[in-house]
Design a protein around this ligand. Structure first.
Ligand code: DGL
Length: 271
């Protein structure tokens, strides 16, 4: 039984898993959280490429038929390179997120990690899909640590998020993209702080729709009994299980994984 691989730096990929289980509940999943190296949001492309190669090499050994890069930062910086190096379909979040946003509005705010913002990947993809769209980005370096420390329901979380949303409210965006897979875990707070007419886009919805189409096209859909989820992390399995419980409803079994070592290589320069 081949699985769909999902990876992220930590808990963020759970928002992609949740969407996958909603749209494709029968698919077997292999989830990897790189919790020993979280956060990814300030990493260089070279580091993210090495991490991605290690994770995908391991996933290949376990038997995967497709991989969802459930991390916007890796999707923005190294998706194309990974797609060239591994044999199965590998899908990322930027294009599905950009397309969903232009279907929603013309004044688009992007909340993302510092590295995703600096890459310019969302503004590029949004303008390609709709040249008239206005795009405003806000780097949110404090949100991933808040979420990974389980501090989402604190006054500090509200105050920090309020500060990040202020520049977007000033320019009256009509749409906000969750440009990091951790941020949908703050959706309740976002909904409370944003005016009701501002639409909140979780790129995972469109990503999983694209994945479903690709599975159909390639004849790779899982038929039969539900495949279940296998969880692995590079850090503490117990800690991940405890934190994930809140979002999954029950505490999953989690394996400690030692990733294969991949020689670091330069990111090839493209014309
Ligand atoms: N959840 C990932 C993303 O979508 C990584 C965030 C982080 O580790 O900083 O960008």
């Amino acid at each position: 039984m081949k699985r769909i691989g999902i990876y992220d730096s930590g808990l963020g990929g759970l928002t992609v898993l949740r969407e996958l289980q909603r749209q494709l509940p029968q698919e077997p999943v292999l989830y990897f959280g790189d919790t020993a190296r979280v956060p990814y949001g300030h990493r260089s492309a070279a580091e993210l490429l090495t991490f991605g190669r290690e994770i995908l090499t391991w996933m290949g050994e376990q038997g995967v038929k497709m991989v969802l890069v459930a991390c916007n930062t890796s999707s923005a910086l190294v998706l194309e390179q990974l797609q060239q190096e591994f044999p199965w379909p590998i899908l990322g979040l930027i294009l599905p997120g950009a397309r969903a946003a232009v279907a929603s509005g013309r004044r688009i705010g992007v909340l993302a990690t510092a590295a995703t913002v600096a890459s310019g990947a969302y503004p590029r993809a949004i303008r390609e899909a709709c040249p008239q769209a206005g795009v405003w980005q806000v780097p949110c370096p404090e949100l991933v640590p808040l979420i990974e420390q389980g501090r989402t329901q604190t006054p500090a979380a509200r105050q920090i998020l309020h500060g990040y949303l202020a520049p977007l409210l000033n320019v009256q965006v009509d749409t906000v993209i969750y440009g990091c897979t951790h941020y949908p875990l703050l959706d309740d707070l976002m909904a409370a702080l944003l005016p009701p007419q501002v639409r909140r886009i979780d790129p995972a919805t469109a990503l999983v729709r694209a994945a479903a189409q690709e599975l159909d096209l390639l004849g790779l859909k899982h038929h039969g009994a539900t495949g279940g989820v296998r969880f692995g992390v590079s850090g503490s399995p117990h800690r991940f299980g405890q934190l994930a419980q809140r979002w999954l409803g029950s505490m999953p079994p989690v394996e400690a994984i030692t990733l294969p070592t991949v020689q670091p290589q330069e990111l090839p320069v493209r014309d």
